[in-house]
Design a protein around this ligand. Structure first.
Ligand SMILES: Cc1ncc(COP(=O)(O)O)c(C=O)c1O
Length: 331
């Protein structure tokens, strides 16, 4: 059930359903060539991206520090570079450079001046009114949009969450490539996540068609076994996560742990010492059980806890060594 409240500054959706996440949309968006009121960022129901899911996107988090009244956007350039890679796969031709897109993301944050943690979603989409799913369109048919919102936890990071190994399989590189963040491919995520929620779990883990562990519904996965981290390779139909790469760096360089990147069997999940998800949205989220096999007493284990604390501190701008991954915006 939703209650829609329109205030002067924001459109706020209060959400009372346990299956979805409360958020508040910011006043301004970037739409095609300009900053506009969010309410004016509209497309036709005949738009190719709406008809066929032909859009690509990124989710960028920005962490608000109330002591300094600054917000820190995380890995902006890395997200925009991945967006450009997704565009290439989808034959979308961006008319802005990486620098221009990064600037617009930061400008939008400044214009909206959020007073809490925010989520910024840049996207390129096939903007023509066109029938037929071909990705080959006309001149200048691709448009850029950025929306932003207040957003807290996507997954509960205060406890170990319960997870189901989905009966849905992760889409494969030869169907819809997981290394591109294609809007339409999130139907795969939706099928697995809602199946898990309706069965009473918090989230889902995908296997590949070959039966290897791929990733969570919209986040990458790590196991901890004998003080070593294990994660699936990028050839097992995962999104090449920016957080995953960073977690690997932190585990090796800050915690002195070994990290193995290799195929993972389903039953390795059940006998691991710890497991956690990671992603821009998910952050570092401990897994307390998988298919009702309990891990680390249902809580964040010691390695997960250390990574969680380190990651949170870095994102909030409290670790100067890692300031280079943050773009500071003040207002
Ligand atoms: C399918 C999928 N896997 C993994 C991730 C995590 O990627 P990142 O750490 O780059 O946000 C995301 C989130 O963007 C995702 O949608």
């Amino acid at each position: 059930m939703y209650l829609l409240i329109i205030t002067l500054s924001k459109v706020v959706y209060y959400n009372f359903s346990m299956a979805t996440i409360p958020f508040a949309i910011h006043k301004y968006a970037f739409f095609r060539k300009d900053f506009v009121d969010f309410a004016d960022a509209k497309i036709s129901v005949m738009t190719h991206a709406f008809l066929y899911g032909t859009a690509v996107f990124e989710g960028i988090r920005a962490y608000y520090n109330k002591d300094s009244n600054k917000i820190y956007a995380l890995f902006v350039r890395e997200h925009i570079e991945r967006l450009v890679q997704s565009c290439k796969i989808m034959r979308i031709n961006p008319c802005f450079t990486v620098d221009e897109m990064c600037e617009r993301v930061l400008e939008l944050i400044k214009k909206n001046a959020p007073k809490t943690d925010a989520y910024i979603r840049p996207s390129w989409f096939k903007d023509a009114l066109r029938i037929g799913p071909s990705l080959i369109g006309g001149e200048n048919e691709d448009s850029f949009v950025i929306t932003s919102l207040d957003l807290g936890d996507y997954l509960d990071t205060s406890k170990g969450i319960s997870v189901q190994v989905s009966s849905w399989r992760r889409l494969s590189d030869n169907a819809i490539p997981a290394r591109a963040k294609v809007n339409g491919s999130y139907v795969n995520t939706g099928l697995a996540k809602s199946q898990a929620q309706l069965a009473g779990y918090d989230d889902a883990i995908f296997l590949t068609e070959e039966g290897h562990v791929a990733e969570g519904s919209a986040m990458n996965l790590f196991l901890v076994k004998n003080n070593k981290l294990v994660t699936s390779p990028v050839t097992d139909n995962i999104l090449e996560g920016i957080t995953r790469k960073f977690v690997i760096d932190l585990a090796i360089n800050e915690l002195g742990l070994a990290v193995e990147t290799r195929n993972i069997d389903r039953t390795e999940l059940y006998v691991s010492d710890e497991a956690f998800f990671c992603g821009t949205g998910a952050q570092v989220a401990a897994i307390g059980s998988i298919d009702n096999y309990v891990l680390s007493d249902g809580n964040a284990g010691p390695v997960t806890k250390k990574l969680q604390e380190l990651y949170t501190n870095i994102c909030r701008g409290n670790v100067s060594k890692y300031h280079h991954i943050l773009s500071e915006v003040s207002y």
